[in-house]
Design a protein. Structure first.
Length: 531
């Protein structure tokens, strides 16, 4: 039954229509139905024209189109529960919200989601609202954004989260930057690390990723550089190597630091074997074997060890010690302290505060100064400079005596055991200038004193004791000489020795007295004959 009241309201199945059209009972429409539009695009098309949004308790249709008119009030579509809480809506901008009332993206969901099929993102990346993930998350996609996602705990996933740990128990390989990993972890590209990567069960043995590679290129783009272990070590050149230690650097091709701390090998083929804060930066083949604060900066120069030693010129060598410097070409300091070999081919055998500044010079002992070319200066422990005065000198300072063929010079400046020769003749000189003397008096009684001496032949009873010559000898007995010339006799280790002092003058005056006696006797005989 169709009923039309006085107000123009039409009722179907009712005589009390509440609107322009009120239908009580089921209805059937074969074609599209439009509400607020004369051109419905689906089985039911609803278009609001500035009116409040409709409430649709239940709607089943193959197609549904809801259009805003020229006025936009509120959401195009909203689904609420019985308490009026919004569960689903589509706003006027086309954003869809599930569990939210003001979606800011095309789809915004408050709560968990479950996807049983594939989840595809056609944009450049999948972004999160924060810049960094939390514990137990992984980076799940590539792109310009931060792409963190939580992994399931347990189940069939290859990755498992247990507390703050994440692991994969599958038997396959992991590839980063590659689809064909050849090892448990294969990375195609550079690695930036903070901290150390441990190797094996020992927590203090590790590889420094990003600076170590023995089969390709490290992060500095140098081929075949190697860091075997240690902490914060860097091999920054082709074929450069750091064996271990801490804070060591190898910055030249084929340069090597074996270990230690804060060592640097920055010359081609340079080597620092170990120690602390040593530097081998010579142009080619410089070496520091160990020690602390040593520097080898010359071509093929070397420092064997010690502290604060420097080999600064080509082919220089410092064996060890403290504060020694070899700075001439081919110069050498074997050890000691405070020594300087600055002459070419200069050598210091050891000791303290010695200088070999002349070319081909040699110094040793304490404060020996070979400052002229070709000089040899050997000093004892006296705390005073013992210095060369000309070229090609051979100088020895030995206040305890010099022994040749004997280890007991017995208080003599020079003690020779065995025969001594002076090939080519010449003479021994003694300063005898009158200007150097005083209290000059003539000798008297020289002949009588000379005749009191007695020459004897003898053999030493134990020639090996002082390395004496075996067989018959000629000389005097010290005890007899002492009775006449006591100043000629000295004693060491309980044995008496004779030193002839002024024997030449004594001989001359003895001959003079003998001549005078002879002349007087001849004169007396002549006088007797004449009488």
């Amino acid at each position: 039954v169709v009923y039309v009241d006085n107000g123009g309201y039409v009722g179907i199945g009712t005589t009390n229509p509440l609107s322009k059209l009120s239908v009580v009972g089921a209805g059937y429409f074969r074609d599209n139905v439009g509400i607020g539009t004369s051109t419905p695009e689906a089985k039911l098309s609803i278009q609001m024209r500035g009116q409040p949004n409709p409430t649709i308790p239940s709607l089943v249709a193959p197609g549904l189109v809801i259009k805003n008119g020229s006025w936009n009030f509120g959401n195009q579509l909203e689904v609420q529960d019985s308490s009026g809480n919004t569960r689903f809506l589509v706003d006027s901008a086309g954003n869809v919200g599930i569990g939210v009332t003001s979606p800011t993206e095309k789809l915004e969901v408050a709560g968990n989601e479950k996807v049983t099929g594939d989840l595809k993102v056609d944009g450049s990346y999948f972004d999160s609202s924060s810049d960094a993930g939390t514990a137990g998350q992984i980076l799940s996609s590539t792109g310009a954004g931060t792409n963190w996602t939580n992994l399931p705990s347990g189940g069939d996933s290859d990755w498992t989260i247990s507390g703050s740990d994440m692991y994969s128990a599958v038997s396959g390989n992991v590839g980063i930057g590659t689809t064909s990993p050849s090892a448990k972890l294969t990375v195609d590209g550079a690695i930036l690390r903070e901290g150390s990567m441990m190797w094996g069960s020992n927590a203090h043995t590790h590889i420094n990723l990003g600076t170590a590679s023995d089969t390709g290129t490290d992060s500095f783009n140098y081929s075949y550089a190697t860091v075997s272990g240690g902490n914060v070590n860097t091999a920054g050149a082709t074929y450069a190597t750091v064996g271990g230690g801490e804070l060591n650097t190898s910055f030249a091709e084929y340069a090597t630091v074996s270990g230690g701390r804060k060592n640097n090998a920055s010359g081609l083929y340079a080597t620092v074997a170990g120690g602390w804060e040593n530097t081998a930066n010579g142009e080619y083949g410089a070496t520091v074997a160990g020690g602390r604060d040593n520097t080898s900066s010359g071509f093929y120069s070397a420092v064997g060890g010690g502290w604060e030693n420097t080999a600064s010129n080509d082919y220089d060598t410092v064996g060890g010690g403290n504060s020694n410097t070899a700075s001439g070409y081919w110069s050498t300091v074997s050890g000691g302290s405070g020594n300087t070999a600055s002459g070419n081919f200069g050598t210091i055998a050891g000791g303290r505060d010695n200088t070999a500044s002349g070319h081909y010079s040699f110094a040793a002992g304490r404060r020996a100064k070979a400052i002229h070319n070709g000089t040899f200066v050997w000093a004892d422990s006296t705390d005073a400079d013992f210095q060369s005065t000309g070229t090609n000198q051979f100088l020895i300072l030995a206040n305890g005596g010099v022994g040749i063929g004997t280890s007991n010079p017995a208080g003599y400046t020079l003690a020779v055991s065995g025969s001594a020769a002076k090939p080519g003749g010449g003479s021994w000189s003694l300063y005898s200038d009158r200007r150097l003397k005083k209290n000059i008096e003539p000798l008297s009684g020289a002949l009588d004193r000379m005749l009191q001496l007695e020459g004897v032949s003898f053999e030493y009873s134990d020639p090996e004791h002082f390395s004496y010559v075996e067989g018959e000898q000629m000389g005097m007995i010290a005890q007899e000489v002492e009775n006449v010339f006591p100043d000629w006799v000295s004693e060491n280790d309980g044995y008496k020795a004779v030193t002839f002092r002024g024997f030449e003058a004594l001989t001359v005056e003895s001959l003079r007295e003998l001549r005078q006696e002879k002349d007087a006797e001849i004169a007396r005989l002549k006088e007797e004959n004449e009488n």
